[in-house]
Write a protein of this length. Structure first.
Length: 263
């Protein structure tokens, strides 16, 4: 495994960071008081959402690996939490190659120890922000073959990119680099399923200095423009399962999720 050779920025423990708040919500230990302060003010459903996101990711990438997809680009990877994406896909496709990207320096500190892949495959990491798609793709080309299908994973990430930062344009730029047969795997917090709850979460993150851009179903669907969305379509995270696979236990969710194929 390799990492971006540039010197990572120091970790600012005085400010909350989305990856570390997410780690706290998942019951992890790689977070600081500023992150815990945000997490503790969130409603209990925020923990449910974090868990539902992870479960959706697990099902979606396992489904794609079972279909033969053996290349994955996971942006907004977060602090490693077992099972990591590469562990899931390499169970089915040991040769699978995975590139992770995240903008939190603490993720880089854990990457060498926790993201070792199977001997047949490859696992790599770049310290980068999704708002810099060209940098991520440039690095990923050193590990992934962009002439063959790639699964782009954006799990619970794009709602941290408000509209004034061109979230849809960023995803479009990333998808445009993918060859036919590739897939986009995306989950996103909704503003319209449980609006009062969503507004509460947005306000509490804002107090911690983190801007959120929760979106309606129609706005989330725009991320999939020009792609062939696979069954069951754009649904809540707890409703998504691969075609012919056993669906998860029914549960309310404020997270939209979908998988789509690049034609």
């Amino acid at each position: 495994m390799t990492t971006d050779p540039s010197q990572p920025p120091p970790i600012d423990t005085s400010r909350a960071h989305p990856a570390r708040v997410y780690d706290w919500l998942l019951g992890g230990k790689d977070n600081y008081p500023a992150d815990e302060a945000v997490g503790e003010t969130l409603p209990p459903q925020a923990r449910d959402a974090a868990r539902q996101n992870r479960a959706f990711m697990n099902r979606a990438v396992a489904h794609l690996a079972a279909q033969g997809v053996d290349q994955f680009l996971d942006i907004g990877a977060g602090i490693p939490t077992e099972p990591n994406l590469h562990r899931i896909v390499q169970r089915t496709v040991p040769r699978a190659r995975v590139v992770y990207a995240d903008n939190d320096p603490i993720v880089l500190r854990h990457a060498q120890a926790l993201l070792a892949g199977s001997p047949e495959g490859a696992t790599d990491y770049i310290q980068a922000d999704v708002r810099e798609p060209a940098q991520i793709v440039r690095h990923a080309r050193g590990v992934l073959d962009f002439d063959r299908p790639i699964a782009l994973s954006l799990i619970a990430l794009m709602h941290f990119v408000p509209d004034d930062q061109d979230a849809h344009g960023i995803v479009r730029a990333l998808v445009e680099t993918l060859p036919p047969g590739s897939h986009l795997v995306l989950s996103h917090a909704s503003i319209d399923l449980f609006p009062e709850l969503a507004e509460q979460v947005i306000a509490q993150y804002a107090k911690g200095g983190i801007r959120l851009g929760f979106r309606t179903r129609a706005e989330v669907a725009r991320f999939f423009d020009g792609l062939d969305i696979v069954p069951p379509g754009l649904v809540t995270a707890t409703e998504w399962s691969g075609e012919g696979e056993e669906p998860p236990t029914p549960e309310e969710s404020g997270i939209y999720a979908g998988v789509a194929r690049v034609p």
